[in-house]
Design a protein around this ligand. Structure first.
Ligand code: ATP
Length: 326
């Protein structure tokens, strides 16, 4: 039986819709199990600067439907240093926090893993990122909401694109991971997705123009993952202007709108299940694992696996998109 009497909870890195639902679930599950909860503001920064407050059950009332995170989030350069992490660990000891729940993306879980190893300290992670780039979980908290936001935006762009017979490049988030672009393209009936995972394997733009893109269509919508690997939507449009000047090309960068908004039912349920599972994991003496979901079952994924950045792109999605865009 675990001897955890008090947990700390923080959100770190980029915010994602559903983080509040996760904070609520962790807090209420802990209290239900007789565990005290302390909310740490602004991620690892708040640990270093002692921004910590006691959470009661009603501290998390009326937040399940809110985007963002009531704990705020931050990026902390100090936490990347051994000195910074020592200060953070001392704060945990001083506050009587026996274990930590970290909600964030791969950077935040990398930091959690290092802190856990350096001080032999129990930490459980929840995958909170719109990018869906953590290994070992079918979905991350925030991904479904961002996907729906993208779908609604692309639906609107389609209306204007088809009136003018244009080729539109729509840039979405995801950095090194093409899930948002690929599934966003399928959900919105776009012609193609240009994603990091395929960038080294082939010239996706040349492929699109030669195989997929037909002049007879009213318009073509192509989703492009942001970042250095694909080069982003602007780079695609520049190439088209030079190499295929016959096309009337436009760019739309969706930007931070993808991070906001009220979480979908799927994200709220996922966050609630994962939040409750984090407390179950700690009570079960699990340490240094991320809570994941696979085939609708909660699983524990060691941090070392979750952050390896090798989540494979699903070949059937690529194929489906290609078939449906004829
Ligand atoms: P998102 O995927 O939404 O960007 P993230 O969690 O990956 O979220 P990062 O900015 O990469 O966001 O990381 C958040 C914080 O985690 C950093 O500001 C830093 O404090 C901590 N962190 C990240 N990488 C490390 C590391 N290698 N060592 C220690 N701490 C780290």
């Amino acid at each position: 039986m675990s001897n955890i009497k008090c947990i700390g909870i923080l959100t770190s890195g980029g915010d994602a819709p559903g983080m509040n639902a996760a904070i609520r679930a962790v807090t209420r599950s802990a209290i239900y199990n007789g565990i005290e909860v302390k909310g740490i503001m602004r991620g690892y920064r708040g640990l270093i600067y002692d921004e910590i407050e006691t959470f009661k059950s009603n501290s998390v009332s009326n937040i399940i439907q809110q985007g963002g995170t009531i704990l705020r989030t931050a990026r902390s350069e100090e936490f990347r240093t051994p000195e910074g992490r020592k200060i953070a660990y001392e704060a945990l000891v001083r506050e009587g926090i026996d274990a930590l729940v970290v909600i964030g993306g791969d950077g935040s879980l990398t930091g959690a893993r290092i802190l856990a190893q350096e001080f032999n300290y129990p930490i459980v992670g929840l995958p909170g990122t719109i990018d869906n780039d953590l290994f070992g979980t079918d979905s991350t908290i925030g991904y479904d909401t961002a996907l729906n936001t993208i779908m609604q935006a692309v639906d609107k762009i389609r209306d204007t694109a088809s009136s003018h017979e244009r080729l539109f490049f729509i840039e979405v988030m995801g950095r090194e991971c093409g899930f948002l672009a690929l599934n966003g393209a399928i959900a919105s009936g776009a012609e193609a997705a240009i994603i990091p995972e395929m960038s080294e394997l082939k010239d996706q733009l040349a492929d699109l123009i030669s195989n997929g893109f037909r002049k007879s269509k009213n318009s073509s919508l192509v989703l492009v993952t942001e970042g250095n690997i694909t080069g982003g939507a602007m780079a695609m449009a520049e190439r088209v202007k030079k190499e295929y000047p016959q096309y009337d090309v436009r760019v739309s960068i969706l930007g931070h709108v993808q991070r906001g908004g009220s979480p979908t039912a799927n994200d709220r349920i996922l966050a609630s299940r994962m939040g409750a599972a984090a407390i179950d994991a700690l009570l079960d003496d699990q340490r240094n694992v991320m809570i994941g979901i696979q085939n609708d079952k909660i699983v524990y994924v060691p941090f070392s696996k979750a952050i390896k950045k090798n989540k494979p792109v699903q070949e059937d999605l690529l194929r489906t998109l290609k078939i449906l865009s004829i």
